[in-house]
Design a protein around this ligand. Structure first.
Ligand SMILES: Cc1cc2nc3c(=O)[nH]c(=O)nc-3n(C[C@H](O)[C@H](O)[C@H](O)COP(=O)(O)OP(=O)(O)OC[C@H]3O[C@@H](n4cnc5c(N)ncnc54)[C@H](O)[C@@H]3O)c2cc1C
Ligand code: FES
Length: 289
């Protein structure tokens, strides 16, 4: 059976003006790895919590410094806590890293398309993540597991550079212990006491237990990793119309006004960031817009 391609889910922005940030309080800061941290946030205005679909992102505003797009990494079934996992790479993410419980962060969103989680019901689900790419895919996995009986086999393939770069260790342990979820983690370079897989994440695809003719694949990571992942999935027999990627290119307004993320008729911010592969293939060949 071949899985039919689907339209990607979007939710309406709940905030009256999508350009005005809403104040959120930092409730928890968790260091995931040496350069990556998770913030748990709650709205300060007492208004309803944010509902979102897995794969959507928010614009996070570090006051006086700047604003950056960051995917929502928490469980969509627990919207009372807004969770973001961020790698510190530059000015804004460095300022975010300095936040402490009780501090305030501006939040606009949620924006963009989501992973086709509901639409994948009845199929096997293959999630392939590289590095920080596990953050936007986490909510998709939470949602699949919350409705586990509607899916066939569910496989998570996750690769990082070294064992020290593995995110969500606590969650990975819980996912590992489930009988209805196949989890394989690999590292480019083994270090310390690592006894697991060594090699790139794409090498796991050939042996992973799923039916390529009835699978939906969701992929996020560095663009080079996503390109090779698509090749391996295709080699395995997965139809490219059933492969979805998240394009994390630079953006400013996030609502289709400024053109910063525009590529021809496509806006990454509002037509993505999650795209069906066959619709975004030409863009992958272009370095930055
Ligand atoms: C839709 C979307 C979702 C994202 N989700 C996450 C997430 O969940 N977690 C996370 O850590 N990051 C995520 N990013 C990337 C994040 O937005 C950037 O890392 C951030 O904007 C960097 O801002 P900065 O001011 O700290 O760094 P800057 O000072 O702007 O840049 C520092 C370095 O990072 C590079 N950089 C800037 N933006 C990006 C980008 N979009 N992708 C790759 N490299 C970039 C710059 O080229 C530069 O080399 C996402 C991006 C998009 C578009
Ligand atoms: S970020 Fe402004 S149009 Fe997409």
């Amino acid at each position: 059976m071949s899985t039919k391609p689907v339209e990607l889910p979007k939710t309406a922005t709940p905030w009256p003006d999508p350009m005005i940030p809403r104040a959120y309080r930092v409730d928890q800061v968790r260091q995931e790895t040496s350069d990556t941290f998770t913030l748990e946030l709650a709205p300060q205005d007492g208004k309803p919590e944010m509902s979102f679909v897995p794969g959507q992102f928010n614009m996070l505003y570090a006051f006086g410094v700047g604003e950056v797009p960051i995917s929502i990494s928490g469980d969509p079934g627990k919207p009372a806590v807004l969770v973001h996992t961020t790698r510190e790479v530059g000015t804004v993410t460095r300022a975010m890293r300095r936040l402490k419980p009780g501090d305030t962060l501006g939040v606009r969103g949620p924006f963009g398309t989501g992973w086709p989680v509901t639409q994948a019901r009845g199929s096997d689900v293959v999630i392939v993540a590289g590095g920080i790419g596990l953050a936007p895919l986490g909510p998709a996995l939470y949602q699949v597991l919350a409705a586990r009986k509607y899916y066939g086999r569910v496989v998570l393939l996750y690769g990082t550079r070294t064992p020290a770069d593995i995110l969500f260790r606590r969650e990975l342990q819980q996912w590992h212990s489930r009988f209805d979820l196949e989890v394989h983690v690999t590292v480019d370079r083994a270090m310390g006491t690592w006894r697991g897989n060594v090699g790139v994440v794409t090498a796991l695809i050939a042996r992973a237990p799923f039916d390529p003719h009835s699978s939906v694949a969701m992929v996020c990571g560095p663009e080079v990793m996503m390109r090779f992942t698509v090749q391996e999935l295709e080699r395995r027999g997965v139809g490219l119309e059933n492969v979805y990627l998240s394009m994390e290119r630079n953006m400013k307004c996030a609502v289709g006004f400024c053109g910063h993320c525009q590529f021809g008729p496509t806006f990454i911010c509002k037509d993505g960031p999650v795209f069906r592969y066959d619709r975004i293939q030409p863009l992958l060949a272009i370095r930055e817009i």
